[in-house]
Design a protein around this ligand. Structure first.
Ligand code: F0G
Length: 351
């Protein structure tokens, strides 16, 4: 049986000693899915080679597991007894799972009423101490940074450098999956800005070419685009409802070095791409995850990105089942029929 998470797979690129006790759920190894139908919708006739890096297939349903295997492995190495994070939900679920596996206490702070159902359910199932705060993710992040100064808790938000060490393995995998060559463009959603920073670290370290980065922020939560903190961030993409990203400077440097673009997309456009992903390629993601694709579509339409014969990778950060409520809200309820084949036939024939 192959049992190889991202630490053992790429240990030579990670600052862990050979004999480290690795806490893993076999994260990573996610597929890079060719998306020719979506490419044709976004850039008709351009011959763009679009690939979807489906990070929703990680053990807890998001890309956070790549970073969490590293952060929790490190916590165990340091003999920590408990870990803490603030989260819009995915970091929390991932921390809760890996902490459970390591036998550590896990505290998570989430913004009250603004965490998608699947994420809350997972945190509770994994046995985390879940605390809802009357405030935003940004308030929670400030609180956890303050509490770790006072209490023996290890912070596992992406301020923790080990998170980025783990997450950079996504870049290694993409290069390996593209036969040793980085794509021309790499697009992804940007919230707290850890992932974009980690990917850039990864591409640089691997030394097999560098893409240009395209970061998408939700229009109501776009501090990097506006160049200032957003006091009251809002968006349907609750995962990236963040007004003051912790990795702000590092993300801007990465964008700059790569000749990249950071742009804001409306919730309407996020949902449009979210639906396109599911209906044209059969890939169901949570709304935030469609933000990179929405940004790509928008920049191509605006003439800011030339798609002709380009290789483009879009990171799909979280699984669609994380946020079932939005999926239900976006659809009309299915019809109910009598348990009768004639009724079914009439329905099929549109009678
Ligand atoms: N997509 C999803 C599904 C996320 O959960 C997040 C972040 C992002 C994108 C943005 O990544 O923060 O590294 O720029 N979620 C964090 C959390 C904030 O608490 O789960 P980022």
């Amino acid at each position: 049986m192959t049992w190889q998470g991202v630490i053992s797979k790429y240990q030579q690129f990670l600052p862990f000693p050979e004999d480290i006790r690795i806490i893993t759920l076999n994260e990573g190894n996610t597929p890079l899915i060719p998306a020719p139908r979506l490419a044709e919708q976004i850039a008709p006739g351009a011959g763009m080679r679009l690939y979807l890096k489906y990070e929703g297939l990680n053990p807890t349903g998001s890309f956070k597991d790549r970073g969490m295997t590293a952060a929790i492995t490190r916590a165990v190495q340091e003999k920590a007894k408990a870990v803490i994070c603030a989260s819009t939900g995915n970091t929390a679920a991932s921390a809760a799972a890996y902490a459970a596996r390591a036998g550590l206490r896990c505290l998570v702070l989430v913004p009250e009423g603004k965490i998608a159902l699947g994420k809350l359910a997972a945190c509770l199932a994994y046995g985390a101490d879940v605390v809802s705060i009357e405030g935003s993710f940004d308030d929670g992040l400030r609180m956890v940074q303050e509490i770790v100064e006072r209490q023996p808790l290890m912070l596992v938000n992406s301020i923790n450098p080990w998170r980025l060490e783990g997450q950079k393995t996504g870049a290694f995998e993409i290069v390996d999956q593209l036969d040793g060559k980085a794509p021309d463009w790499h697009c992804l959603p940007v919230g707290n800005a850890g992932n974009i920073s980690a990917y850039w670290m990864g591409y640089k370290q691997y030394g097999k070419g560098r893409p240009r980065l395209l970061g998408g922020q939700a229009a109501g939560s776009a501090p990097l685009v506006l160049g200032k903190v957003v006091e009251h961030p809002e968006t349907i993409a609750t995962a990236i409802r963040i007004g003051n990203p912790a990795r702000w400077r590092q993300a801007m440097e990465a964008l700059d070095e790569s000749g990249g673009i950071i742009t804001a997309v409306s919730d309407e456009k996020i949902l449009e791409s979210w639906s396109l992903l599911a209906r044209s390629e059969g890939v169901f993601v949570e709304p935030a995850s469609a933000t990179g694709v929405a940004a790509l579509k928008q920049q191509i339409e605006m003439g800011e990105i030339d798609p002709a014969s380009k290789t483009v990778v879009a990171i799909l950060t979280g699984h669609g089942l994380k946020d079932p409520a939005t999926a239900i809200d976006q659809a009309s309820p299915p019809p109910t029929l009598a348990a009768d084949t004639d009724a079914l036939e009439a329905y099929i024939l549109g009678e």
